[in-house]
Design a protein around this ligand. Sequence first.
Ligand code: URA
Length: 433
Amino acid sequence: MRFVDIIHKKRYKEELTDEEIQFFIDGVVDGSIPDYQISSLLMAIVLNGMNERETSYLAKAMMHSGDVLDLSSIEGIKADKHSTGGVGDKTSMALGPMVAACGLKVAKMSGRGLGHTGGTLDKLESIEGLNCFLTEKQFKKQVQEIGISIIGQTGDLVPADKKLYALRDVTGTVESIPLIASSIMSKKLACGSDTILLDVKYGEGAFMHTIEDATKLAEAMISIGNSLGRNTMAMITDMNQPLGNTIGNALEIREAIDTLKGYGPKDFTELCMQAAEIMLIQGKVAKDKEEARAMLEEAISSGKAFEKFKQMVKAQGGNVAMIDDPSLLPQSKYKTEIKSRQSGNVKLLHSEKLGVLAMQLGAGRATKDEDVNHAVGLELNCKRGNKVNVGDIICYVYHDEDLKQEWIDELYNAFEFTDEDVENRPLIEKILS
Ligand code: URA
């Protein structure tokens, strides 16, 4: 087989066979196909797409390019959830303990953040001592014993994706539904859980800008998951404003704790509740949404969900005192109030601008090797649809260095006001299976 013939086929919109896709992935991993040829095929895929069969096979070949976790020694159904990345997205920290407190096993591997969306690991590492790098044995033992563990990737999972993603990043080939779907799903599949819930974001600051594109991506990922025997469902959710009120590592942990105790922000709480309902049904812990909701409400009001988070933190070596008293979490030197210069109803909160600002304050990283500052970030004091008067506090900035004027200007630019009523858009647009 000659790789140039495979490039030609895709260039002329022909369908690739399983053998050709396997040859591609094998060559990526063993280094026998040079980067320029890989990039050429990637661009042909971006331009001419892949059908359902090709995309599923690509995900499968990528999944088997490295280690695949076997969670079968853990009793019961193991659940996983994945978000395509959003500003202020601290869902795993609240949702995981909520469903684990209802008896579902959560075995979750997460990543670090890059760019304007923070990573779950960075947020968890705000908690002093918490170890996100357990061995596979420790990870499985923890899921078996307390029902939940959230860690970074162990072993050599999906080396093909590491190579392909690095090339896509520098060759303008990230935005492609078959490439994104196979990249995300190969990693989810290699993590070994039985059920997968995908939170596919649309809007500003998300990979997919429209509901239609987010739906296409979700359908591609569901088809991959189901074709490989994993119960896969997806929610299409709005990223046209940050999720919850906080953006920044320790600030988001504090908000996740509030939510586990039943007093989190309304939008974030509702997203967690609806996602948790789906996960409990997928995991056969609840028979329908009503039963799931009742279990979740009990887990929160009884304190079991909060206790589950504490158990997880303790098992991973974290300082539990910080969970009991979030004022012990890393604190920034300064907290500055930002007051509105306008009156009106909040029409738009530009997620991407706010995410980039939080990153500039130090909460995220612009390049892979930077450290994050766990203490800094933003706390919104209004959300879309709220009425604001001149002088009202719209946001708090948590920072360690002096605020630059350009950041303050950009912060004001992130808020848009109108005198008209603001349409109440649903956070969860639809649920797909
Ligand atoms: N996240 C991934 O893991 N892969 C992509 O291609 C895009 C987002």
